[in-house]
Every structure is written in structure tokens, then in C-alpha cells.
Design a protein around this ligand. Structure first.
Ligand code: ATP
Ligand code: MG
Length: 296
């Protein structure tokens, strides 16, 4: 985040920006210069992406770049296509009958929707965490071991510990790895699901409202975890929580619903950019209205 701060504006967007600024850890010394050069390069590029469900256009003309080792927040009113767009990024829409993606979407410069692309391998590289924690009805260990084995990784104690440490869960579960995952709290289950996503060594983690079923303390724990994970992963998060988008993300994409005069309604990407700028000085009046709570 940039250092210049404006404290004069009084609307909610500035309140959340200030909150985020106050919470941003101060980076000092060696850490400040250690970001590898490739951080920030484009991982995904969407160019005029449309999604139809059957004959209904759900999302129209999305142009968006998702940058490496950044957290990108997708925000916007219900039904504007945030989840639809997120699912484009690991071809989860392929699994929905009637869903059709058109336009161009590249992952590391390669067409993700080219016929030769193995969507199962793509989904290993681009993992997903859902709104409701959904561990398998198995032990904590087995939740992690399953994906590791499927992907040819040894599910040894060392690797299990490493993944749980990475997901900030180790200290809470180290003595009960063989207990049922359902015995964990909701926040712990969600961190287990993040651990499960990490266990197969993805590059990108997609999160669709990962905190909406959690209490504020678990929410902050997940946000802190996301900040740590950003060092190694690219993260895209859908959230309805404006404070969360402002606190945790580097870039924000605001989607909204367009209702053309001829009828119909579909989602569009109205605006995207650096999170601080999006919250402090959005260019589009619709973004301003949304983040200040005037609609949606
Ligand atoms: N499986 C589906 N079949 C048909 N239409 C769908 C399907 N999934 C989503 N849609 C439609 O696509 C549009 C965008 O939905 P989507 O779920 O992507 O919105 P969203 O922004 O994630 O909303 P929310 O904030 O409520 O989760 C909506 O009009 C929705 O009804
Ligand atoms: Mg959604």
C-alpha cells in the first residue's frame, strides 16, 4: 500500500480504508525489499469474458487481470456474477450443465479453455475454498492426506505438519490429528479447508465468501492467514464484507448488475484497481454508491 494517507473524507469507504491502514503490518528492513521481481505479474488475464447459463447471459464482457502474490477482492451486489467469474478461473463452470464461457481467459499466458487443457490438473493448480466449511467426514489427517496421495505426494507426518502450520492450525490440532474433522469449530474447519487446498501445492487459491459463516474472531484469523499466504500464493476472494475487502486485499474488482432497456439483466465488471484507490476515490459512481452502502 502507498504511504500517502487522506484523513479528511468522512464516508464509510474512508472509514474502512483508515481501518485497513491502521492494521497494515509495518514492513521493515530486509522484508521490505525481498519481494521477488515476478510478484505482481499477471497470472490470469480475462479479455471480454462472457458467461451464459443456457440462453441467459449472466456475465458480460469482463476484462480483468489477476496479479501474482496479490489478494484480489471481487465485490458487488448479490447476483452480479462474482461467483460465476471466480468459477471461470478454475473451470468449475464446466461442471454446471448449460454454463458456457466465451471470450479469452489465460493462465500464465495460455488459453485456459483450449481443448488440450486438462481441467483436473488446472483445478489442482487453482484451488478453491467455499463459503461453508466442507471438510470430508474423516479425520483431520485424512482430510489432508487424500489430496496429497491423489496428486502423488507422500502424506507423511512432516508434510501434514507443514501444511497445518501454513494454515495456522497446527497448534490447535497437533494432538488430535486422528479426530473427526467435524469436531472442529467452524473457523477451524475453514482453516482445515484452506490447509486441504494448500496440501496439493496449488499456485492460486480462490475463496468464495470464506468468512461469511464465521464469527468476527475466526474471520480475523482467516484474514491474517490470507496475508501470510499471499507470500506464496495468489488469492482471489469474493466478499460481501467491505471492511474485509479493504483490510485484506491489494486489488479490488467491483461487479454490478446492468439492466439494458431491451430487457434482461446481467453482471458486468464496473471498475477495478488498487484497493486503496477503489475505496478512497472510485472513478465509477456505482462503486461509490456500493461501498458507501447506498445500494446493494
Ligand atoms: N448454476 C446456475 N444456473 C443458472 N443460473 C445461474 C447459476 N449460477 C448462477 N446463475 C445466475 O447467474 C447470475 C450471477 O450469479 P452468481 O452466483 O455468480 O452471483 P454472485 O455475485 O456470486 O451473487 P451472491 O453475492 O448472491 O453470491 C445470477 O443471475 C444467477 O441467478
Ligand atoms: Mg456468490
Amino acid at each position: 500500500m502507498a504511504d500517502s494517507r487522506v484523513d479528511t473524507l468522512e464516508d464509510r469507504s474512508d472509514a474502512v480504508t483508515r481501518e485497513r491502514v491502521a492494521e497494515t503490518p509495518q514492513v521493515t528492513g530486509a522484508e521490505a525489499t525481498s519481494a521477488p521481481a515476478e510478484h505482481g505479474t499477471a497470472v490470469f488475464v480475462a479479455d471480454k469474458v462472457n458467461v451464459h447459463y443456457g440462453s441467459t447471459l449472466a456475465l458480460k464482457g469482463v476484462d480483468l487481470e489477476i496479479r501474482r502474490n496479490h489478494i484480489t477482492a471481487l465485490i458487488g451486489p448479490s447476483g452480479c456474477g462474482k461467483s460465476t467469474f471466480l468459477r471461470c478461473l478454475n473451470r468449475m463452470n464446466d461442471l454446471i450443465p448449460g454454463a458456457e464461457v466465451s471470450g479469452s481467459l489465460t493462465f500464465h499466458g495460455e488459453d485456459m479453455y483450449a481443448p488440450h487443457v486438462d481441467s483436473v490438473d488446472l483445478r489442482r493448480r487453482v484451488g478453491m475454498v467455499f463459503q461453508k466449511p466442507n471438510p470430508f467426514p474423516k479425520s483431520i489427517r485424512e482430510n489432508l492426506a487424500f489430496g496429497m496421495k491423489v496428486n502423488g505426494l507422500k502424506a507423511n507426518d512432516e508434510r501434514i505438519e507443514k501444511v497445518l502450520r501454513h494454515a495456522a492450525l497446527w497448534d490447535e490440532v497437533k494432538d488430535k490429528l486422528d479426530d473427526d474433522a467435524y469436531a472442529l469449530s467452524g473457523g477451524q474447519q475453514q482453516r482445515l479447508c484452506i490447509a486441504r487446498a494448500i496440501a496439493v501445492q496449488p499456485e492460486v487459491i480462490l475463496m468464495d465468501e470464506p468468512c461469511s459463516a464465521l464469527d468476527p474472531i475466526s474471520t480475523l484469523a482467516i484474514e491474517e492467514l490470507m496475508r501470510q499466504l499471499r507470500e506464496d500464493y495468489t488469492i482471489v476472494i469474493v466478499t460481501h464484507n467491505m471492511q474485509q475487502a479493504a483490510r485484506v486485499s491489494d486489488r479490488t474488482a467491483f461487479f454490478t448488475v446492468e439492466q439494458p432497456e431491451g430487457g434482461g439483466r446481467h453482471g458486468i465488471l464496473a471498475e477495478n484497481g488498487d484497493t486503496e484507490m477503489m475505496f478512497r476515490a472510485p472513478k465509477d459512481g456505482r462503486t461509490q454508491d456500493y461501498i458507501t452502502g447506498r445500494f446493494g
